[in-house]
Design a protein around this ligand. Structure first.
Ligand SMILES: CC(C)(COP(=O)(O)OP(=O)(O)OC[C@H]1O[C@@H](n2cnc3c(N)ncnc32)[C@H](O)[C@@H]1OP(=O)(O)O)[C@@H](O)C(=O)NCCC(=O)NCCS
Length: 177
């Protein structure tokens, strides 16, 4: 028998995912990365899930924008997360863009960021976008490669007062394939 197949699938998080997701959140907080966006301000896991459902449905007050958040799972193991903003606000147009993704350190360098990117582009197409903005720091080589391998075309490099230098790419969404 060869290596077990490591297929990444994305889905919304559920009540049962709380322990794994909180552990992921705490692990990435050490590196200054938010795994479950907004979790620190939520009253409970249920309240955070509910907020995510409302964001997905577009029930939000600016500057929040509609967003789809999913976990990336290999089997039952949470290895990463993906968020797809359905539209941009002023800040996201500068830094952040439509797509956000993160892979837990112990699962990196296995292609999962590429898998999350593919899922992100599918979700973006499903919510009606025909191109997406993806941004990353020039020194985030893994993210630069992920975006460029997905067909990202560099628009420019901008400086944000707090986020620093950001490369801004557009990725055109062709017909679903
Ligand atoms: C950036 C990040 C998502 C990459 O995740 P990953 O699963 O390790 O990426 P992949 O395995 O899919 O690799 C994608 C490409 O980048 C390369 N790569 C990934 N990490 C790298 C690193 N630290 N140094 C050099 N190259 C790297 C891989 O070799 C691969 O290129 P290849 O296909 O030519 O071999 C992950 O490091 C992470 O979560 N970082 C913290 C959060 C973050 O920065 N998110 C992105 C915000 S823009």
């Amino acid at each position: 028998m060869g290596e077990p197949e490591r297929v990444l699938r994305v889905r919304a998080l559920t009540a049962a995912d709380e322990p794994q997701a909180r552990a992921a959140h705490e692990r990435l907080a050490v590196d200054g990365v938010d795994f479950c966006l907004g979790l620190d301000d939520a009253e409970s896991w249920a309240a955070w899930l509910d907020q995510g459902e409302r964001l997905r449905a577009g029930e939000c007050i600016p500057p929040w924008v509609p967003e789809t958040f999913v976990g990336g799972f290999v089997g039952s193991t949470l290895v990463g997360r993906l968020s797809v903003r359905h539209e941009l606000n002023e800040r996201l147009a500068l830094v952040g863009g439509h797509l956000g993704y993160a892979v837990l350190p112990e699962h990196r360098r296995r292609g999962y960021a590429g898998d999350l990117m593919r899922e992100g582009l599918r979700i973006a197409r499903d919510v009606g976008l025909d191109r997406v903005l993806a941004t990353c720091s020039p020194d985030n080589i893994g993210s630069v490669r992920t975006i460029e391998q997905a067909g990202g075309v560099l628009q420019d490099v901008v400086t944000h007062p707090t986020a620093g230098l950001k490369r801004r790419y557009w990725i055109a969404l062709g017909e679903a394939g």
